[in-house]
Design a protein around this ligand. Structure first.
Ligand code: FMN
Length: 193
């Protein structure tokens, strides 16, 4: 018993030191309620294990015809982070920014439109919720010029940026915006027929 208490105490202290919450086996609904758009980040590194887990969650996402047209650039070098902060004010000083693109050569296309943004959104949602489970914050970001970003990061012509996702530990001062709490009732957004 004594050993167990010592172990629990040590685990709690380690978690506090690394800003890394002890996993709590939260349900999906708990995580969905916990998530909010984080716009202020600590500089604590995410660590490769968590990055791998977030990317793996994205890899498991469904895509049209299972083409998997996504290509994710993990911006984390000081140069890449400085560059993205010049291109958008919505990187919010995060230590990692995912630049989620789709491959225009392989994306499912029909009648002149393609599923690229939709595929990337599902991939991004998987990543966002896994980051939440890992105690990390994220923000979905559309506020950038895709062509400027593609040029600045010398992307191949077939990699079209869909969105950015800053990711990292939320700063201690971070809190949800007022908008976060405004959710329409289901009666306004759902119709049974
Ligand atoms: C498609 C999309 C684009 C968004 N673009 C931005 C953005 O460019 N900058 C930003 O700060 N937040 C952006 N957001 C975050 C939303 O403003 C935010 O999710 C919304 O206000 C609800 O707040 P919550 O995420 O805290 O619940 C975007 C969200 C989505 C889904």
């Amino acid at each position: 018993m004594k050993k167990l208490i010592t172990f629990a105490l040590a685990a709690t202290m380690l978690a506090a030191c690394t800003n890394n919450p002890v996993p709590q086996n939260k349900s999906f609904m708990d995580l969905a309620r916990q998530r909010y758009a984080v716009r202020e980040y600590a500089q604590t590194p995410i660590g490769q294990t968590k990055l791998d887990s977030i990317l793996e969650a994205g890899r498991l996402a469904p895509t049209a015809r299972n083409v998997q047209p996504q290509h994710i650039y993990v911006l984390q070098s000081p140069e890449a982070i400085a560059k993205i902060n010049e291109l958008t004010r919505c990187a919010y000083g995060a230590p990692v920014v995912f630049l989620v693109c789709f491959d225009t050569d392989s994306v499912w296309t029909r009648n002149g439109s393609n599923s690229g943004d939709m595929d990337c959104s599902i991939v991004g949602t998987h990543m966002m919720m896994e980051a939440t489970e890992l105690g990390l914050g994220t923000c979905w970001v559309k506020y950038f010029d895709p062509e400027e970003v593609a040029t600045a990061f010398e992307l191949p012509a077939n990699h079209k940026p869909s969105f950015l996702m800053p990711c990292g530990y939320a700063a201690e001062t971070s809190k949800p915006s007022d908008k976060h709490f405004l959710r329409k009732p289901l009666s306004e957004t759902v119709t049974y027929k």
